[in-house]
Ligand binder design. Structure first.
Ligand code: V07
Length: 255
């Protein structure tokens, strides 16, 4: 009897936000500035490194959520070229996280067909960090699913400067003419090549800045900011960000 009332019936057939989101085009490439780990720790009277460790566990969860949603590339800002200025103990701890991440999650990444890649100045990383990252890339190189792209010792200005150096050398030695320099040529010299540009950039923890992250590549990206701290970021938050992305795009496509 009661089941016939629309008010009861509706709830049962209401699809979840995840189901709604999956029925519409999902961003191919999502980039995330994972901010707020230090503040999360401070709020709990814990050392900053405890926040980074919790942040690492969230990386695993969000990777799986992105994979489930059909995202093709997930780029995560793990360490910026400016982060070397932090206290030595914090930098040392951060540089151990790639190893920890792989010790804990590599079998799961392989099982889920995730491929690990990185952007950033690799040669400046400590040897133990490089070895862990190289192992992760090697062991996942044949995976064909989600690309999990870590920005490690990455800075956008650095990346553009390096591209300009290579291009200007090519002009100087006559390999190309200055009139060959265009959007496509510059893009092809960036560390993200041949990945598509991000469709959606997320930044957690309430800061409304880009902070030298993929400045060229986000020229046309949707930007989504949240006050949620990275260690508190959940699958539901990712779905909400994608949902809003889809709302914006539907409006855009409508006119
Ligand atoms: C780092 C955890 C996430 C919150 C933000 C800062 C701290 C995963 C990695 C990683 C990097 C390369 C790789 C495998 C894992 C990582 C750093 C910091 C430096 F091949 N999380 N995470 N690297 N944080």
């Amino acid at each position: 009897m009661l089941g016939n009332l629309p008010f009861f019936k509706k709830k049962e057939i209401q699809p979840s936000k995840e189901e709604i989101v999956k029925q519409h085009p999902v961003p191919k490439h999502i980039a995330i500035i994972m901010d707020g780990n230090g503040r999360w720790a401070k709020n709990r009277a814990l050392p900053r490194i405890a926040g980074h460790k919790e942040g690492m566990n969230v990386v695993k969860k969000i990777t799986m959520a992105a994979k489930d949603m059909g995202v093709e590339v997930l780029t995560l800002y793990a360490f910026s070229t400016e982060n070397w200025k932090r206290p030595k103990n914090e930098v040392d701890f951060l540089m151990k996280l790639p190893e920890q991440f792989m010790d804990n999650f590599l079998p799961d990444l392989i099982k889920n067909n995730v491929r690990v890649q990185t952007i950033g100045r690799f040669d400046e990383l400590p040897t133990h960090t490089k070895l862990a990252v190289m192992k992760a890339k090697e062991e996942t190189k044949n995976n064909t699913g989600l690309i999990l792209n870590f920005a490690l010792n990455y800075g956008s200005r650095d990346e553009i400067i390096e591209a300009v150096r290579v291009i200007s050398a090519d002009v100087a030695n006559g390999k190309i003419s200055s009139t060959d320099i265009n959007d496509e040529l510059l893009s092809s010299h960036l560390m993200t090549h041949p990945l598509p540009d991000p469709d959606l950039l997320i930044r957690t923890s309430g800061e409304i800045r880009i902070s030298n992250f993929m400045m060229w590549q986000i020229s046309y990206s949707e930007l989504w900011f949240t006050n949620v701290l990275w260690p508190d970021f959940t699958r539901e938050h990712l779905i909400e960000a994608i949902y809003e992305f889809q709302q914006r795009h539907r409006r855009f496509g409508g006119v």
